[in-house]
Design a binder for this molecule. Structure first.
Ligand code: NAD
Length: 295
């Protein structure tokens, strides 16, 4: 009896329908990946342009696959049909899992999480794709804390296998098991990590970005740093290019969260070149210019 109870507690719920809040770089990618792997998904944003961008992202990935002969027109249409764009919470109410992927701002996320909890059924699991913000901090905005955890994808979502599933203090085992199973259904490799600012990967990545910023402040040419990291050291891209891919605004917000969370190790850098680009509205690839210019 005891064993059955334990096994029951760990059982995951089948995820038949999902929702993603935010149709940006990450939201569009998450919608594509869920739809491609057969879980229909509602994609909600606050403006139509963002929804169009999310759908264009998905269509672009599918077109590349079609050009490579890896997908036919029927499958392509099926994937796009699996993504329902919306500006309201109406379509969100019947889903099993919600992935919040709006801007990296604890206040905005808090409002969105409280709103979506009102809109969904009591047993819907709500997750956040935050890069750095503590899950326990975000959990303060929801009532059903046992049904809340982090579900952190990496950019670009369709290429990066890892998903960090972040356990908050009150997250239930069933919630973790369901989110792990959904990530696996999406073709990803989930790992379960404990909560702290930056979780696992960004506790490694953001100190690297900080080291890069210090080098630039000491006079290094960012194109040279990228060239050495990419061509000579053999990484797929250097830090300046990667920051442009991530989004300068997102990277700047994340850096702020990390220096607040680890004030000594990740002390705020005066005149950080990333903050300067953000102040100049050079947001990276998403708006055509960051460290580099994109035609
Ligand atoms: P983005 O700026 O590309 O997109 C954010 C989207 O959220 C925009 O379309 C915006 O209109 C929408 N939005 C804002 N307020 C909203 C609201 N109230 N309701 C619905 N939508 C709203 O940002 P992004 O890069 O996709 O990042 C989203 C989240 O994913 C952030 O928490 C970020 O830290 C995290 N993340 C980003 C990356 C990355 O490399 N960019 C990687 C992993 C995780």
């Amino acid at each position: 009896k005891g064993k059955a109870k334990k096994a029951g507690k760990l059982a995951s719920k089948q995820v038949e329908r999902a929702a993603v809040l935010g149709a940006g770089i990450m939201g569009g990618g998450i919608a594509y990946q869920s739809a491609y792997k057969g879980t229909p998904i509602v994609m909600k944003d606050i403006n139509n342009e963002a929804l169009d961008l999310g759908l264009t992202t998905a269509a672009g990935i599918l077109t590349k696959l079609a050009d490579q002969g890896r997908i036919d027109a029927r499958k392509m249409a099926g994937v796009l049909n699996n993504i329902t764009p919306t500006l309201s919470y109406e379509g969100v109410k019947d889903v099993d899992v919600v992935v919040e992927a709006v801007v990296e701002n604890p206040k905005v996320k808090g409002i969105v999480l409280a709103e979506v909890e009102q809109a969904v059924a009591d047993d819907t699991i709500i997750t956040s794709n935050t890069s750095t913000i503590s899950i326990d901090l975000l959990a303060q905005s929801v009532k059903r804390k046992d049904k809340f955890c982090g579900m952190h994808f990496f950019n670009p979502v369709h290429k990066m296998p890892l998903v960090e599933v972040i356990r908050g203090k009150e997250t239930s085992d069933e919630t973790i098991a369901t989110v792990v199973a959904y990530a696996a259904k999406m073709g990803k490799s989930p790992i379960v990590v404990n909560d702290c600012p930056g979780f696992y990967i960004n506790r490694v990545l953001f100190p690297y970005f900080a080291g890069f910023s210090q080098l630039v402040l000491e006079g290094a040419d960012f194109t040279q740093v990228d060239k050495v990291m990419e061509k000579d050291f053999g990484w797929p891209m250097g830090p300046a290019y990667l920051l442009d891919v991530v989004g300068i605004d997102t990277a700047d917000h994340c850096t702020g969260v990390m220096s607040e969370g680890f004030p000594t190790r990740m002390a705020k850098i005066d005149n950080d070149p990333v903050s300067k680009l953000y102040q100049a509205s050079r947001l990276g690839q998403k708006n055509g210019s960051g460290f580099y210019d994109y035609g």
